[in-house]
Ligand binder design. Structure first.
Ligand SMILES: [Zn+2]
Length: 224
């Protein structure tokens, strides 16, 4: 099991990375489950750029604040209800990635056509209702749309990534935005050749390896 202090450090770093890489501005949030509990570390109501080790809150999956100063971001229900539905998920990134939002608005979803995009091989469902996720019911609906996958879009709003640790969730959010960027470029130039199921499986087996994700984390974390 990962050390809680390291999880907190990774959560702060990931928050700064998603800001530095343009996935969020004033809004958006990254969280981490406290291992083997139904509680999670969550930033107070502020930009991910301003998250620090000493201002993290602890919430539970029923939406209660257990510790920390100030109110949580109002969309904490995204995190709470994904953790409730998915005991395997250790970290959730909610971001407002520009290319993902654009893809969600043209009746499309992110479909891999470049190497790192293969991390999304299980598909990226789209949550259709146009709303902020500010209730338990909406949080449950988001978790239901995500199902057993690792990433989803919120139409006209952003994206959620859920994964087995903070580093992987953060890197997947970055790769999904990169995939959406390439997809829009390809769509503007012609007919994209999306990866076939076989191509996806093959590329996934390569890019999903711990060493590849770690190398990406090493690079992105060096920028903040
Ligand atoms: Zn949002």
């Amino acid at each position: 099991m990962q050390d809680l202090e390291q999880i907190k450090k990774d959560l702060v770093t990931a928050s700064h990375i998603v800001h530095e890489q343009g996935l969020v501005g004033a809004f958006g949030h990254v969280s981490a489950r406290i291992p083997n509990t139904e509680t999670f570390l969550f930033p107070p109501r502020m930009s991910p750029a301003l998250v620090r080790l000493d201002n993290l809150l602890v919430l539970d999956v029923e939406g209660h604040k257990l510790s920390g100063e100030g109110n949580p971001n109002t969309e904490f229900w995204i995190h709470a209800r994904i953790y409730k539905a998915r005991p395997d998920v250790q970290s959730v990134c909610h971001v407002h990635s520009p290319n993902c939002v654009a893809i969600s608005s043209i009746g499309e979803t992110v479909r891999p056509l470049h190497a790192s995009g293969a991390i999304l091989k299980d598909g990226v469902p789209v949550f259709e209702p146009i709303t902020l996720i500010r209730s338990r019911e909406l949080g449950d609906a988001v978790a239901e749309t995500l199902g057993n996958r690792g990433a989803m879009l919120l139409r006209g709003h952003g994206a959620n990534v859920a994964d087995r640790d903070v580093r992987r969730a953060c890197v997947t959010a970055l790769w999904m935005e990169e995939a959406a960027d390439y997809q829009l470029r390809a769509l503007s130039a012609g007919k994209p050749r999306y990866f076939t199921v076989q191509e996806l499986e093959h590329m996934y087996s390569q890019v999903s390896q711990e060493g590849v994700v770690n190398r990406a984390w090493e690079y992105f974390s060096s920028r903040v």
